[in-house]
Design a protein around this ligand. Sequence first.
Ligand SMILES: Cc1ncc(COP(=O)(O)O)c(C=O)c1O
Length: 403
Amino acid sequence: MSDSENGLPDAGRRTFLWGAALATAVPILTEAGLAQARMAGGMGVPPVDAVLINANENPLGPSKAACEAIANIASQGGRYDRNDVQGQFIKTYAAQHGLKPENVAVYAGSGEPLHYTVLAYTSPTKSLVTADPSYESAMLAAKYAGAPIKKVPLTAACGHDVKAMVAADPSAGVLYICNPNNPTGTITPRADIIWALENKPAGSILLVDEAYIHLSDEQDVLDLVAAGKELIVLRTFSKVYGMAGIRCGLALGRPDLLAKLNEFGQNAMPITALAAAQASITDPDLVPSRKKIIGDIRVDTLSWLKSNGYKLIGESHSNCFMIDTGRDGHGVVEAMRAEKVYIGRIWPVWPQAVRITVGSADDMAKFKVAFKKVMDAKAVAAIDSTHTDPRAPIGVGGKTFLS
Ligand SMILES: Cc1ncc(COP(=O)(O)O)c(C=O)c1O
């Protein structure tokens, strides 16, 4: 299967990173990279009045304090991090989460450590085990490592099927769990993650991607890092903190586990991103207030979709969710774009499902109008009556839902 068929951008349009330890270039796949690839691929820059709910960004953007911190530190940009902003940030973050500073590695987003973990711990004889659908970045890195990729379907509730993942390959190198999952926004219970950690193949690493954890009520697994277990946890400032374009992410783990990522390089962080991240984590109201704003808009949108008879897949606790459109998903994405509403991509395993990011209240009001128009139009694409998703849900008023 080519990358394009796999829903991934073509190699020629990717950002490349030249790791000293690697013979070939390694593409870092991020939502930003995908958006850039789409622009370069002919979609162009979206119009100014477009609704952008296609990349799981946060329309609230960086907090006021984060913007001020950027402005205040910008004039120091002629030097490297002369005042050790990075050290201060790491100390603060570690203290807030019961970790030691050596458990915390900072990157320009979590996409880099995600790739590096997979590159470091998989090989042609050590597979990547991932849920399907899930965030594809790990698969792309495994492909470059020449590692086998074992895709395991989600459970009926759209959590990770940890028993099937552990059983998928006794010589797995990395088990990747994205919690809440991208694209479904669904939760894998902490007890299942602990079970995977305790039962994973010897020598493998559990990679838990908590990019969206702040948006859910689920307890995180950083205590397992503090306890010295064999896992790496990823966090990003691109989601709840609204810093996707500013770039800051973290790999959290035992120092010996993190050391293997260093082989692929660790660029210096922009001091602006560090200052913004520091301001964000020292504001106690930021996460709860944003979680509430995004959660309320999600609940409103999902309830509108349900009451209009559209079919949701799983129960989202995040800033994205999936709709089974019952027709070719690409056609729906195109038709929505014609309405200037940019929605997310399609995962090959569910060709009729589209991912929607929770935008602002205004974004979602426009989404509702456009989506109804597109779904009411018969011409978008033929309805495929053969579509039989295993999560095929309970009937409600002639249409069906899971959530
Ligand atoms: C699950 C998940 N992990 C990691 C990333 C990488 O994000 P960033 O590199 O912006 O931190 C994303 C981006 O959307 C994501 O959805």
